[in-house]
Design a protein around this ligand. Structure first.
Ligand code: BG6
Length: 487
């Protein structure tokens, strides 16, 4: 008989990112980050993710000199900076074993180039980790989650410049020296593959600065991030005994729309491309077919022999990924398309979608788990998964969110099946266990949480927290280590 529960010690929890929760954008010496200039665009269709993320030098400079926060929701976040104790207490009440969170680089290094960190920033995270320790919530820390110092972007066009590697390694070392006693699990770059979909958010690249060289410069910046990732993996292992460092990718599961061989070939290539980023961080080298593809496209990269040995030597200990949706692929240019997580894919007629057009596919999560475990043979963690929805607050303040419970239930069942079939899945952190600002659209009204935050897109509201129906449901899942899935 198969076990009813998840493996002993399974890390149940949630995931947040500094730039989407902290707020306090100009407090205690923090510098501007790329997230602080992301504007909320109320009149743009919420399914048009590309329009929400369009960036120009002119717009960035105008935003940087604007000292208000109305149109920049990430400057407000959910005020986690001041309310983290209350939020951690709610996570503890749900039974969280772990919380994935990130450290805002510009809180420690306001412009990215200081030689010593901002002590107020260091003190904030120290207190935060101490509180997590007190509550027995194991931190999983992402070093870079869409929040690099804006000054590095404006001055150097971000990660296009090799000097970013040294700046990032200096930042990571400060994190290890100060927080290493509290943090065992580290992730280097959130969704490192997303550099192609939103180069500014991921790597500080402003497209008009790159001009015609944009594609090549994106790959060069990505290469610098790969090298930086390897170097900070090395540093973590040297500085923190027992530390575990993971890579993090967006798992964009793609199916052939039909069994027509062209659809199958195109799909295979999409999936190979999606895995390439973890391949480099796990296997320590670029896949031959990716190098050939770059050559075929005339993209020339500066990859030194020292870079090659760094990549080869300092590979990651485990593999993590986000999973929200899947999509299809087709050779037919007229095939209907639908948005996903900052991607446009072919619509799969078998799947329902969220209001943002993301196709809900629990079985795809199981397929991803099997594929990734077979490919890498390393422990896996799902570090983001969830469903953005417009919740309704009833007159008595309650939020009934059966759609969210259904989403999680279906995904957890698939996780359990994958574990029963031999996949080494060690943890799961839902995305946005508390409502937070959307990365893609900067909306507050796109809600993922088990905990409601009383704030709207323009910052009105008390910011008070309250428990949704899903809060109690997830609490029971954790308490029974998954056995209540069968209720
Ligand atoms: C992931 C990001 O891609 O998707 C998160 O790592 C993000 O930062 C999440 O919030 C959901 O996307 P969105 O646009 O709905 O916030």
């Amino acid at each position: 008989m198969t076990e009813q529960t998840f493996p002993k010690g399974f890390l149940w929890g949630g995931a947040i990112a500094a730039n989407q929760v902290e707020g306090a954008w100009n407090v205690d010496g923090k510098g501007l980050s790329v997230a602080d200039v992301a504007t909320y665009k109320p009149n743009v269709d919420k399914k048009d993710f590309a329009a929400h993320m369009t960036i120009t030098t002119e717009a960035v400079e105008a935003a940087a000199s604007d000292t208000t926060d109305t149109w920049y929701p990430k400057r407000r976040g959910i005020d986690f900076y001041h309310r983290y104790k209350e939020d951690l207490a709610l996570f503890a009440e749900m039974g969280f074993k772990t919380l994935r969170l990130s450290i805002a680089w510009s809180r420690l290094f306001p412009t990215g180039e200081e030689t010593a960190p901002n002590e107020a920033g260091v003190a904030f995270y120290k207190e935060l980790f101490k509180e997590m320790k007190r509550l027995k919530i194991e931190p999983i820390v992402t070093l870079s989650h869409y929040e690099m110092p804006l000054a590095l972007s404006l001055r150097y066009n971000g990660w296009v410049n090799r000097s970013m590697i040294d700046d990032f390694v200096r930042f990571a070392n400060v994190c290890y020296d100060n927080f290493g006693e509290y943090v065992r699990y580290w992730l280097t770059f959130n969704e490192i593959d997303s550099i192609h979909r939103h180069p500014f958010t991921t790597a500080g690249i402003i497209p008009d600065k790159s001009g015609e060289n944009l594609e090549e410069e994106i790959y060069q910046a990505l290469h610098h991030q790969f090298v930086a990732s390897a170097l900070v993996t090395k540093a973590a292992h040297e500085k923190i005994p027992g530390s575990q460092v993971g890579c993090m990718m967006t798992k964009l599961m793609t199916y052939p729309l039909t069994c027509e061989p062209l659809d199958v070939e195109l799909t295979l290539k999409k999936n190979l491309e999606n895995n390439f980023y973890a391949d480099v961080q796990v296997k320590g080298e670029y896949p031959k077919m990716i190098l050939q593809d770059l050559e075929n496209r005339g993209i020339k990269l500066e990859i030194t022999t020292a870079d090659q040995s760094t990549l080869k030597e300092y590979t990651v200990d485990f593999v993590t990924f986000s999973y929200y949706m899947s999509m299809a692929e087709s050779g037919d240019p007229k095939a209907e398309r639908t948005p996903g997580n900052t991607v446009l894919g072919v619509k799969n007629p078998y799947l329902p979608s969220t209001e943002w057009g993301w196709q809900i596919d629990p079985k795809g999560l199981k397929i991803a788990l099997i594929e990734l475990y077979d490919r890498y043979n390393l422990p896996l963690m799902i570090v983001e998964n969830g469903m953005g929805a417009m919740d309704v607050v009833e007159e008595d303040g309650t939020v009934h969110d059966p759609y969210r419970i259904d989403y999680f239930k279906a995904h957890f069942k698939q996780m359990k099946e994958a574990i029963n079939e031999g996949v080494d899945l060690i943890g799961y952190t839902s995305w946005g266990p508390i409502d937070l600002v959307s990365a893609g659209t900067s909306q507050m009204s796109k809600r993922y949480g088990f905990i409601h935050v009383d704030a709207d897109d323009e910052g009105h509201g008390t910011y008070d927290r309250s428990r949704k129906d899903s809060f109690y449901w997830y609490q029971k899942i954790i308490e029974t280590n998954g056995a209540s899935l069968n209720d």
